[in-house]
Design a protein. Structure first.
Ligand code: ATP
Ligand code: MG
Length: 288
């Protein structure tokens, strides 16, 4: 595999330094969010990627569904304020979060997953969110700190796309136990994943592992596994960064449809992200 060139490395570092500089002008040191009185969250797991549109929300949703199926108490914080997609996947279009004691109540999915997202508090879901950094952070802080989460084993955070300013600040402010990195087969060739790996390293957040989305599909005639982007580079890439190779996810039109129709939870096949779930649960055993 091609090495990251010194020039790329330099550019990535410059991006982070710039974003960090901006962060420190807004506040003195990163302010880590605290859970509201009466709530307890055992583990916070972020789902990130080097760029947008690779399946972060799908993987966040799948992890939530499977951890819930494994008997855990699960919640999702949709930190993608400008492009939220979690409520729709879970059939919550039109649902609105209520408030108790001046704190927001997450909305419950059919299967009992708690969700908080900007789409559950906006008056009209189609309103564009045109806020700048500090306002976005204010909303995220409120979602984490001023929300009646109750007793949660796993809070999954669907992170904003890419490795820009907002993603970086979220990284600094959410008390993350680890991140799952999602990539497309093309990212693995173009080293886009290095941005996500480096961001986690610079923020001292452990990487749970790497998921390759849209990696293969079953042949409609014979069912054999077809790899439209060529042989997977998941293992090779994970080894290169010294992180764990997790699931290779198929392109599945049924799942794409369920994201639009809001029955993702019912349609998701058993074990869709089995290796990521096992890895997350293994971390829990180690930390207990
Ligand atoms: N394995 C898959 N099979 C079929 N469709 C998929 C798969 N993964 C993602 N999709 C579809 O691709 C689109 C993008 O996925 P998703 O919204 O999860 O990406 P994202 O990384 O969260 O994007 P963004 O950066 O915009 O938040 C969605 O319509 C989703 O349903
Ligand atoms: Mg998304």
């Amino acid at each position: 595999m091609a090495e990251i060139s010194d020039k790329d490395r330099e550019e990535i570092r410059r991006e982070f330094d710039q974003a960090r500089g901006k962060g420190s002008q807004q506040q003195e040191g990163p302010q880590v969010f605290q859970t509201a009185p009466g709530s307890s969250i055992k583990h916070v797991i972020g789902v990130v990627s080097g760029k947008g549109g690779v399946g972060k929300s799908l993987v966040t949703g799948a992890l939530a569904v499977e951890l819930k199926r494994a008997g855990k108490k699960v919640a999702i914080l949709d930190a993608d304020i400008t492009g939220p997609s979690i409520p729709k996947m879970f059939g919550m279009s039109g649902a609105r979060a209520t408030a108790t004691d001046e704190r927001l109540n997450p909305v419950l999915s059919v299967g009992g997953i708690e969700v908080m997202s900007i789409n559950l508090v906006l008056e009209h879901e189609t309103d564009p969110v045109l806020w700048r950094g500090p306002m976005l952070m204010g909303v995220l802080r409120q979602f984490f700190e001023e929300c009646n989460w109750g007793d949660i084993d796993y809070l999954l955070v669907d992170m904003p796309p890419g490795t820009g300013d907002v993603a970086l600040t979220v990284f600094q402010s959410m008390p993350l136990d680890g991140v799952v990195i999602v990539s497309s087969p093309q990212d693995l060739v173009q080293m886009v994943v290095s941005k996500a790996v480096n961001m986690a390293a610079m923020m001292n957040v452990p990487v749970v592992g790497l998921v390759e989305n849209m990696s293969w599909l079953p042949c409609p005639h014979c069912g054999e596994r077809v790899e439209p982007f060529g042989p997977s580079r998941l293992k090779e890439t994970a080894d290169y960064y010294g992180i764990v190779a997790l699931d290779q996810l198929p392109i599945d039109p049924q799942i794409a449809k369920s994201c639009d129709e809001g029955n993702f939870e019912e349609v998701l096949p058993e074990g869709f992200v089995a290796q990521a779930v096992d890895q997350i649960l293994a971390h829990e055993e180690l930390s207990e």
